[in-house]
Design a protein around this ligand. Structure first.
Ligand SMILES: Cc1cc2nc3c(=O)[nH]c(=O)nc-3n(C[C@H](O)[C@H](O)[C@H](O)COP(=O)(O)O)c2cc1C
Length: 731
């Protein structure tokens, strides 16, 4: 069953019952104080559970010869009824241990009676009782569906009580308090339902008192009540009421109404004349009353008040969650058929829609045709030039409910023309499968012939505006979309706090070749290999980013010179000694792992840049392998000396070169296929695979990794991606 079915049931039940539930909860909180106010009265007999009737009945009879009955109420207060020595009516609380009178029973509180009537029947008699009964039943179903939702959220029954990942105030406390008050609310709902069924006689609780056969009554052997076996074996706490014999005639007898049965006892011999057990249904009714009202236990009554208060909070927080979820609803002004930009959203709780809507609004306001919809609505988009997938991940790294059909629909509806695709994942590092579904969506798209990757998959942890802004800025740069309206969400940073001086630059013979650029940051700047250098070549909003290799304390870039390339021509135009302002951005998701049993570094072309820095920082005997792909030996020549040095120093466990236009004409993918055992071993042992280079290389390698992971490790590559074992920085 999907999460949404439980959620919709939970919501539908809550919506249909919340008014009466509010009323029942408010009155329930008030009524919980009834047993509390009663129990603090000084009328209880100390340790009533220990007193046998053989002790208390003769004592009471001796002290109050006119006694006709005693009752023991839910508070364990013993009331005697009869006449006193002066022949006046006697009705008083008594200490059953000493026989001392403790006080007069007060009139029942009018206020509590009024609240009880409201709680039970809304002052509408049977009709009201019916509605309250239905509300109790709905609460039962809400509790069950809520429990299922918590199980799904916590990813299994066994993890029910493990830590809850914080996801907004209302969500967090809805789940946290839900877990805490689950049992009392369940019992409240169950007993409320049961009491209503019993009240409407849908449960048979009828009981016939036991008859006495007067012909069989004997008057010997005579005994003292203190010696009656039945009195010796019955404790005061088991008693509801006892009627004393009307006279000393043997045909008058004791009538004992206990908690589980009723019996008649010969007043001369102590023999049980007749006995009948209450039906189970009647016993359950009493138990339900005890549990529903807390009348027998003050602590339980307080728990019930707390649980009822929580129901009120759940009504508030449940609606707050729903309103938040729905606030992200889409208002499309263009149709799917005419739109150039298609934004597909995977969302469970609505927040991803808010991010999607921000981009949608920007595109529309800048005159583009854009359309937002759920991932499950994926189909052919005839005019699409860009598809953006923005998706959350749920459960065990699963798609949100509105995205479960995406994979099937992707296979069914290929686009008829090339479309640029980019994926941004929303998730939380609080869950082990971070943004797993986003990686899956990216990998699925990569398999489509029509899909042209625009930028690599980005992730947004805990709805971070900075991370989303970073993605939006990068995407806008690549898509060539001027996102003109500044919003806090997608504002790209344009600050350039770091001054860098050119130390060295290698020369190229022609455009298409790569060069190395060594830069020295002014002052102490904390950065590491894999971080990004952001430059603004035209001193406007346009930025270009390069992966950094940290050599010593310097920044080393490896840049391919493109004819007319904004960034590469600017950098190539710099001369040793020139200084410029730029920004070094941390790129934590692509740092060399601090602890890993083995690391495979895979690059093509200038993607080798961060790895050169990472290798520089390694120690001899490392378990790092470098796989890199170049067109030919000549394009590798730029890096050859540095790599040879690292090999001779033992910093690299192995080095593999693929040349695509020479010799065996191989790509890195071919080398990895050859070494697939090693790849599986590294991933299987918790090692890390790092990819840097072109998106098409990434596409090919991830495809191969999918096969290796599935065949050798029984898991999809997205599992390793979401667990930080496949790191990518491709462009
Ligand atoms: C019950 C639950 C399960 C989640 N499971 C994951 C998960 O497995 N991996 C992950 O990266 N994020 C997980 N998240 C975090 C969400 O994906 C993240 O908060 C996302 O921004 C929510 O987007 P939405 O509001 O559009 O649904 C989970 C959140 C919740 C509430």
């Amino acid at each position: 069953m999907t999460i949404s079915l439980w959620r919709y049931s939970h919501l539908a039940l809550a919506v249909s019952s919340f008014i009466l539930l509010t009323l029942a909860s408010v009155t329930g909180i008030i009524l919980a104080f009834k047993p509390v106010t009663e129990k603090i009265q000084p009328y209880a007999t100390d340790r009533a559970a220990e007193i046998p009737l053989s002790q208390t009945l003769p004592l009471l009879r001796k002290q109050y010869p006119g006694i006709s009955s005693i009752t023991v109420d839910a508070n364990q207060f013993v009331t005697i009824k009869g006449t006193d020595a002066a022949g006046k009516n006697l009705l008083a609380y008594v200490d059953a241990r000493t026989g001392k009178l403790l006080g007069q029973p007060a009139q029942p509180s009018r206020f509590f009676e009024w609240v009880t009537a409201l709680h039970r029947s809304l002052f509408l008699h049977e009709t009201g009782r019916f509605f309250i009964g239905v509300t109790a039943f709905l609460l039962l179903l809400i509790t069950i569906s809520g429990t299922m939702l918590i199980i799904q959220r916590q990813r299994g029954v066994r993890r029910f009580f493990t830590r809850i990942v914080r996801d907004g105030f209302a969500q967090y406390y809805h789940v946290t308090l839900g877990r805490v008050s689950l049992i009392p609310i369940f019992l409240l709902a169950l007993t409320g339902t049961y009491l209503s069924l019993a009240r409407f006689e849908l449960i048979d609780t009828t009981f016939a008192s036991p008859e006495v056969d007067f012909d069989k009554i004997k008057d010997e052997p005579a005994k003292q009540p203190a010696d009656f076996a039945v009195f010796k074996n019955t404790r005061l706490s088991d008693v509801r009421s006892i009627d004393f014999p009307f006279s000393e005639d043997v045909e008058d007898y004791f009538v004992l109404k206990l908690k589980d049965r009723e019996l008649n006892v010969n007043q001369v011999t102590g023999e049980i004349l007749s006995e009948a057990k209450y039906p189970s249904a009647a016993i359950f009714t009493e138990l339900s009353l005890d549990l529903h009202t807390g009348r027998t236990n003050m602590l339980w009554a307080i728990v019930l008040a707390f649980a009822s208060g929580n129901i009120l909070f759940f009504i508030y927080s449940g609606f707050a969650i729903t309103i938040k979820r729905r606030s992200g609803r889409v208002k499309n002004s263009h149709s799917a058929e005419e739109s150039e930009f298609i934004i597909l959203v995977g969302s469970e709780n609505g927040s991803t829609f808010r991010f999607a809507n921000a981009i949608h609004r920007q595109l529309v306001e800048s005159g583009r045709s854009a359309y937002v919809t759920e991932l499950n609505n994926y189909r052919e988009f005839p005019k699409a030039a860009h598809i953006l997938v923005m998706t959350a991940t749920y459960g065990l790294g699963n798609p949100p409910t509105n995205s479960t059909q995406f994979a099937a629909r992707l296979a069914k509806y290929p686009q008829r023309r090339k479309v640029h695709c980019s994926v941004v994942g929303f998730g939380s590092h609080g869950y082990p499968d971070f943004c797993k579904f986003a990686y899956e969506a990216e990998n699925l798209l990569a398999k489509q012939e029509w899909a042209v990757p625009l930028i690599e998959v980005h992730t947004v942890n805990d709805k971070s505006p900075e991370e989303f802004g970073h993605w939006a800025g990068t995407w806008a740069q690549h898509a060539g979309v001027p996102l003109t309206i500044p919003t806090s969400l997608i504002a790209t940073r344009q600050d350039r706090p770091h001054a860098l001086t050119v130390l060295e630059k290698t020369a190229v013979a022609a455009p298409g070749e790569a060069f190395l650029l060594r830069l020295r940051p002014a002052g102490a700047v904390a950065f590491t290999s894999g971080d990004l250098l952001t430059i603004y070549p035209a001193d406007d909003h346009r930025e270009r980013q390069y992966s950094i290799g940290k050599i010593g304390t310097d920044v080393q870039l490896s840049v391919k010179l493109h004819a007319g390339g904004l960034g590469s021509e600017y950098l190539y135009g710099l001369q040793p000694g020139d200084a410029f302002q730029a920004r070094i951005d941390s790129n934590a998701h692509f740092h060399f792992p601090e602890k890993a049993s083995g690391v495979l570094m895979i690059s093509n072309g200038t993607g080798i840049a961060p790895f050169l820095g990472m290798i520089d920082a390694l120690h001899p005997g490392s378990q790092a392998h470098l796989y890199c792909g170049f067109r030919d030996q000549a394009s590798f020549a730029l890096y050859e000396n540095g790599i040879q040095k690292s090999i001779s120093e033992g910093k690299l466990a192995a080095f593999h070169l693929a040349r695509s236009r020479e010799g065996e004409k191989q790509y890195v993918r071919d080398l990895l296929q050859r070494d697939e055992k090693l790849v599986a071993e590294v991933l299987g042992n918790g090692g890390v695979v790092m990819l840097c280079g072109s998106l098409s290389m990434q596409h090919n390698v991830v495809e191969l990794l999918e096969t290796i992971c599935t065949n050798a490790l029984g898991k999809s590559v997205s599992y390793y991606q979401s667990h930080g074992q496949v790191l990518m920085d491709c462009y």
